[in-house]
Each structure stands twice: as structure tokens, then as C-alpha cells.
Design a protein around this ligand. Structure first.
Ligand code: GDP
Length: 197
């Protein structure tokens, strides 16, 4: 898919104020610092579109970016910020779960995972929650340029093992790098295919 246009539409701190659910949405989510903003900028080819390196745990916002005037990238606030308080974490849970559970235009959740790390409990729990809710999701392993492909494959194998405790099969996954653009085309093709259906 060629990205001809990508524009920031709105930031919301309340699910009730989101744009009408009239266009397909792909939600991007992951632990703080996983590389979500960088990936959104890489996918859209617009460097400053999503703001990178924001202070984690600050105001929690859902950002809508309109792509090719026809579908949305939805940038969800990151989870797992170590210094977030219990109240902040609970607020995040409610906010995000309400969006994910109720959003009728949501096509797929893109769960970002740092390809260098051992499976993190919080990521596995989040995937399990998506599974329980019957929400469609794929895994996006980020920062693949930071290590050898053998190491990335090891991370994926460990993640698969952890997920197979609950899932019948490994969900579809992508290996990406915002430095080398690895995986960009594959993700855009995937979205294009879902949009066609
Ligand atoms: P976010 O908090 O998930 O939005 O993460 P950011 O996109 O702000 O990235 C966090 C840090 O990781 C920044 O310093 C980025 O430059 C770096 N980063 C993100 N993606 C990549 C990548 O694919 N490769 C490398 N080498 N660094 C990355």
C-alpha cells in the first residue's frame, strides 16, 4: 500500500469523545518505550507525526491519525511504565479496555513487543485479555536492527511458548525496525488486505 496522506486528527482523554466509528481503525499499543511512535512515523513516512520519547505515564491520550483519507492508525497510551502509580495503572486499564472492548470500527490490535526482551508478564497478560475478549490482534516485534536475527527468532520462540499456554496457535506476527524500515511493507499490506474485506 502506498501511504499518500497521513494526518493527525485528534487526541482524546475520553472514549466518549472519539470520532464517529465510521472508518476502519488499527490500534497500536505496547509497553512504554517499545518504539510505537517511531513505528507509526515509519509506517506513514512522516517523521514527526507521532511524538517520540514523550515522558511516559503522563496524560493518557488516544490519538487518531487518518491515513489515505480512509482508515485510522490509533495510537494508544503505552502500558507498563514502572513509575506509574496504582491509580494511574487502574485508570489506564479502564480507559484502554473500554476503547478496545467497545469500539465497533476496530479491525485489529497491533501489539508491539521489544524484540530484545524475554517475554514480559504484562505483554502476555495483555494478549490473554485480548484473546478472552475475542479481539483480533497481531504481534509486532520492534527494534530488530538492534540485534542479530537469531536473537530476534529466539525472542519470538519464547513468546510463542508463553502464548501457547492459552492460545491454540501463535498469532500472526511481524518483525520490524524503524531504523531499517524492516516490516513496514508487510504491515501495510496486512492492513490493506483487512481493509479490502
Ligand atoms: P514509544 O514510547 O513506544 O512511542 O517509543 P519511541 O518510538 O519514542 O522509541 C523509544 C526509543 O527507542 C527512542 O529512543 C527511539 O529512537 C528508539 N527506537 C524506536 N524504534 C527503534 C528501532 O526500530 N530501532 C532502534 N535502533 N531504535 C528504535
Amino acid at each position: 500500500m502506498i501511504v499518500k496522506s497521513a494526518e493527525f486528527i485528534c487526541s482524546n482523554s475520553q472514549v466518549s469523545k472519539l470520532p464517529p466509528p465510521a472508518k476502519a481503525e488499527y490500534a497500536f499499543i505496547g509497553r512504554s518505550n517499545v518504539g510505537k511512535s517511531s513505528l507509526i512515523n515509519t509506517l506513514t513516512g512522516k517523521k514527526g507525526l507521532a511524538k517520540t520519547s514523550q515522558t511516559p505515564g503522563k496524560t493518557q491520550l488516544i490519538n487518531h491519525f487518518l491515513i489515505n483519507e480512509s482508515w485510522y492508525i490509533v495510537d494508544l497510551p503505552g502500558y507498563g511504565y514502572a513509575r506509574a502509580s496504582k491509580t494511574e495503572k487502574a485508570k489506564w486499564d479502564k480507559f484502554i479496555h473500554t476503547y478496545l472492548d467497545k469500539r465497533e470500527s476496530l479491525q485489529c490490535v497491533m501489539v508491539l513487543i521489544d524484540s530484545r526482551l524475554e517475554p514480559q508478564k504484562i505483554d502476555i497478560e495483555f494478549c490473554n485479555w485480548l484473546g478472552e475478549k475475542g479481539l483480533s490482534f497481531v504481534l509486532v516485534f520492534t527494534k530488530a536492527d538492534k540485534q542479530s536475527s537469531i536473537k530476534t527468532d529466539q525472542t519470538i520462540a519464547r513468546f510463542k511458548k508463553a502464548l501457547l499456554a492459552t492460545f491454540d496457535e501463535m498469532p500472526q506476527f511481524f518483525i520490524t525496525s524503524s531504523e531499517t524500515q524492516q516490516g513496514r511493507e508487510e504491515i501495510l499490506e496486512f492492513i490493506d488486505a483487512v481493509n479490502q474485506n
